[in-house]
Design a binder for this molecule. Sequence first.
Ligand SMILES: Cc1cc2nc3c(=O)[nH]c(=O)nc-3n(C[C@H](O)[C@H](O)[C@H](O)COP(=O)(O)O)c2cc1C
Length: 212
Amino acid sequence: MHKEGLPSVRRAAGAEQDSGTAGDAQDADGGDGSNILIAYFAVAENSAVDAVSSASVTTADGEAKGLVRVLAEDIQQVTGGDLFSIQTSVEYPGDINELIDYAAEEQDEEARPELTSHIENLDDYDIIFVGYPNWWYDMPMVMYSFFEEYDFAGKTIIPFNSHNGSRFSSTIETIQELEPGAEVVTDGFTVNQSSVTEAAADVEEWLHGLGY
Ligand SMILES: Cc1cc2nc3c(=O)[nH]c(=O)nc-3n(C[C@H](O)[C@H](O)[C@H](O)COP(=O)(O)O)c2cc1C
């Protein structure tokens, strides 16, 4: 597939690597949320990306972390769910232009990056928030690995993402296809990359609308 017309992406320098959610689910401080998992993919939290020098990692709240991680934390604040960082052995390029090309190749090849973090206690969760950036009008290919690893039948999946103009593209329909036994909430939260760090109130309002 020939790729053109990609919305320009962020080119912000990172600060320091956040070592927060290295695979294991973390408990939130507030709320019950014991049956809620907030799984998200952030390239900043993947093995070889050097967040200190990387131009592909945003600085938010004085920390180098992906925008999707920021949204995941906003959701955690309200729901009290556990955070889970989706990680892969893929060494994503730290240079933003190389990352864009790399992601295009992954998509063209229908790659399934190997997952290195795994949900050990899936039975504990009924509600799975799933967050990812829009990459090339789709989910990053590691999200296909993720949905193919787990059967979320009987659970509720609530998507959220950040983008630079493409919103969800058709990713919600894709998730429905990949998880036919799950209830996929189509009213997911999507926000432009430029507004993520001010999105907490909107996230809260959206969650209230869903009954949280
Ligand atoms: C490889 C790559 C491809 C992207 N493709 C798109 C796209 O097709 N449409 C879009 O709106 N934004 C696109 N973006 C922008 C990202 O969706 C946006 O910057 C997102 O907020 C990044 O989240 P993160 O900081 O958690 O990585 C792309 C970014 C990258 C790095």
